[in-house]
Design a protein around this ligand. Structure first.
Ligand SMILES: O=C(O)CCC(=O)C(=O)O
Ligand SMILES: [Fe+2]
Length: 303
């Protein structure tokens, strides 16, 4: 078969360690790649059970942040009917089994190289929407949240913990949008419904006709995607939880940037405000990221 891309022109991936030429070309062109059945069921079942235990105070939370759904917290829901997300899960030994899963890391290494830091991590429990649209995740680029570069040495892994469909709010992506720049992000208009904390929306030109691809996936299927890829997820119209686990990896050779004066300053300020409420005043933003990250493979360097 003819390959479209000359090997010297690969820009968004480092090697063919665990990717076929077709898979690598697909990632280069589209900015994402779905690998079916990458993570075994037993590991995902354990993560789901553990999330429910964390919700119900049956497992220690340590440095994990449990985030409530904005609409459900006004209606006295409890446990897994209340919590929409567990964030910063890398130092939890149950979730760490996912973050370090060797077959997944081989693919991560193919994209960002051998020195792999996990930087951002979450378990998402997208609950049935209660009529406020709060279960949606507005369209965005993940790089908005990250004060490190270069962009091409960062990749997300996102694994479905059960069937994800357009009906229960699977991810949608705009293929090829990883070649665009970082756009400005804001909180969506109140008329669009209630919005969870830190769910910023990318400012789009409404006339621009983006072609959304809905990534319907089965349990264990994993999508890898570039931090500039434009994506989001719709509301959960089903009666069940839509669950996933996700980690963003970056090469430890990435370096921190100063986001003051850029479109990323707003999210930095929001994160610093939260730290201040926990008693951490005058803390360096880089230090927050240094504490969240965990070396997974290879050598530690700048991050
Ligand atoms: O799982 C989802 O619904 C979207 C998650 C996402 O894009 C994010 O947390 O950045
Ligand atoms: Fe995202």
């Amino acid at each position: 078969m003819e390959h479209e891309i000359n090997i010297y022109d690969y820009k968004y991936s480092i090697s063919d360690l665990a990717l076929t030429r077709e898979q690598r070309d697909f990632y280069e062109v589209n900015g994402y790649l779905v690998i079916p059945k990458l993570i075994p069921d037993y590991l995902l079942d354990r993560c789901c059970d553990h999330f429910v235990d964390l919700c119900n105070g049956k497992a220690p939370r340590n440095q994990i942040t449990m985030m409530k759904d904005i609409s459900r917290m006004k209606c006295n829901y409890q446990g897994e009917y209340l919590y929409a997300k567990a964030q910063d899960i890398l130092y939890d030994e149950e979730f760490y089994e996912y973050a370090r899963y060797p077959k997944m890391l081989d693919i991560v290494e193919s994209i960002i190289g051998p020195n792999v830091m996990a930087m951002h991590s979450m378990f998402i429990n997208k609950q049935p929407d209660i009529g406020t649209n709060s279960s949606r995740h507005p369209v965005h680029q993940d790089l908005h949240y990250f004060p490190f570069r270069p962009t091409n040495w960062i990749v997300a892994a996102w694994t479905a913990c059960g069937s994800v469909t357009e009906n229960n709010g699977c991810l949608y992506v705009i293929p090829g949008s990883h070649t665009s720049e970082l756009h400005s992000h804001y909180y969506p208009e109140p008329k669009d419904g209630e919005i969870n904390k830190m769910y910023h929306e990318m400012k789009t030109n409404k006339n621009e006709n983006y072609k959304k691809v809905f990534l319907e996936m089965e349990k264990g299927d994993t999508v890898f995607f570039h931090p500039l890829l434009i994506h989001g997820s719709g509301i959960n119209k089903s009666q069940d939880f839509r669950r996933c686990i996700s980690v963003h990896y970056a090469s430890s050779d990435c370096y921190y940037i100063d986001v003051a004066g850029t479109s990323q300053e707003s999210i930095q300020n929001e994160i610093l405000d939260i730290a201040a409420k926990k008693g951490l005043t005058n803390i360096d933003y880089k230090l927050i990221w240094k504490n969240r990250g965990r070396l997974i493979r290879g050598l530690k360097a700048n991050l």
